[in-house]
Design a protein. Structure first.
Length: 109
């Protein structure tokens, strides 16, 4: 599946939805390592961007996104519309990130 055919909108310009396959999701659960906690703690002392946590968040979102696309492809979709992210703390220091949307089959108009 082409990541360019995943959108937060409910339509894709130049395409029409020919079949709705339902909700698909990708979920990942991550924790920070002790080294990451210490490094991030040091970065907070100086203010600004906390690059260690930013990288962790980006990797986690990317993994959830890829799992969602895989789930959509398994259902026969070639696009996902209405895509969203959600995140919850499962326990202290452990976060769940969910990528979800509606799997669809589209064709060019």
């Amino acid at each position: 599946m082409d990541p360019k055919l995943v959108t937060t909108a409910f339509t894709l310009d130049g395409y029409r939805i020919v079949r709705n396959l339902g909700v698909v999701r990708g979920i990942t659960v991550r924790s920070r390592s002790i080294v990451g906690n210490i490094g991030a703690g040091i970065q907070t002392l100086f203010g600004g961007n906390i690059s260690l946590l930013q990288e962790l968040c980006e990797r986690t979102r990317e993994e959830a996104f890829m799992l969602m696309m895989q789930h959509a492809a398994e259902h026969g979709a070639n696009a996902v519309v209405g895509m969203r992210y959600d995140a919850n703390e499962v326990m202290s220091g452990v976060t769940e990130v969910l990528a979800y949307g509606t799997a669809v089959v589209i064709e060019k108009v």
